[in-house]
Design a binder for this molecule. Sequence first.
Ligand SMILES: Cc1ncc(COP(=O)(O)O)c(C=O)c1O
Length: 466
Amino acid sequence: MPSLTATSNAEQSFLLRFKEDFLANANSNQLLPSVRELSQRYRISPVTITRGLKILTLEGKILTKPGAGTFVAEKTLNQAALDTSWQSLALGARVPFGEETQILMNPPRADYFLLGGGYPDERLQPHALLNKAATAALRRGDAWTRSHPSGLEALRIWFARELSADFSSQDVLIAPGGQAAVAACLRALIAANGTVLMESPTYFGALAVARSSGFITVPVPIDQFGVRPDWLESAFSSSGARVAYLQPTHHNPTGAILSPERRKAVLEVAAKFNAFIIEDDYAQDFTLSGTPPRPLILDDTDGRVICIRSLTKASAPSMRVAAIIARGAVRERLRAQLAISEMFTPLVLQITALELVSSAGWGKHLKNMRQQLRSRRDSLIHALEQNGFAVPKTPNGGFGIWLPLPSDDLEFTQAALQLGVQLLPGKAFFPAESNGNFARVSYAAADENALLEAAKRLGSIRSGNV
Ligand SMILES: Cc1ncc(COP(=O)(O)O)c(C=O)c1O
């Protein structure tokens, strides 16, 4: 029996789009466009289209009549007559998510120039090392058993040591990826209808957690040196919040690094208001030149900072292993929250992660990845400048550029999509109103040729030539 699953991103993307734009509105027995037409329409190779059509045949959505062509199958009762209109009433008025959550839910489409992607693409991922690590994990007899809810001891030790010798496995909880870790921290620390301070702009995935949990998100503006301690102080004071979610290092989306003086001041402000700081250190492996900034948690003397680190960016998106590093009573709250929402992180992934980071090739892989990202970043900035954009400051890490736009960001990113370039609109990153029009333009998920071509297309929108 042939496989029912798509084997590549391109195939998956074709299936999703074809179902949405064509099958959803097609009539039974309607003739499908030819493979050639579909290939041109979706900008996907005929081989991939043919494979996708085979999957749709297996799903019973289309059928081929030899000599006549391929047709939409008779719709089943389920497809044709299911009346779900009552659900709008039951779901009610409050839609608990917006643009920020759409980004999490819509996977990147392989047929676009992916300048919206938050993960380094497959060419930068260590597939050989990952496969070897996974094989070693599977050779152990216990890879499919349940994990201790706090995580694999040896992996917790590794995360602790990565920070400093002052941390131990007791301080570390393993979570299934950074997003799950962010959700666990916010939900463990903030009561129903509670408030969280967030840099403005901030990571859309953290906003999605806060909004879907019903928290009030109070914006604290940042500049090129990170969050301003005086504004943080005034936000704590006026909102009564006891939690701030911050990214002191390679802030997503702006790339800002919190300056050493401000790090000290931020800790003092949080202490003054008896507040926690969630330090999302998502890009700890991605300082592109020189020494990485010192994590805030290393200067924390009273268990105020909870630090999140993830392995997904440095390895592969499906290596969903992250760590929450926390000290004091809060750790128990976090452990409970993780158990409630995740049960535990799959042991097979944890062992694979441990094998991966302990392998001889890991350090070399990180170095190579940084070098490639540096080169992509420089090419993208150069190409954007050549096409009339002003890039404010070269970020020394992370994955993207926070690009000021000449017109409305939602309209600009829609126009870019029409030209085959995927970007993220700035509005999705703001806890409240935005302070201008921006796009996050990523150099992680597209190679240099793609970046150059994409910058040209963006330039044509900027100059009004489309
Ligand atoms: C700031 C930040 N935190 C957390 C994450 C979550 O990453 P993951 O769940 O893959 O570890 C991301 C991903 O883009 C991010 O940018």
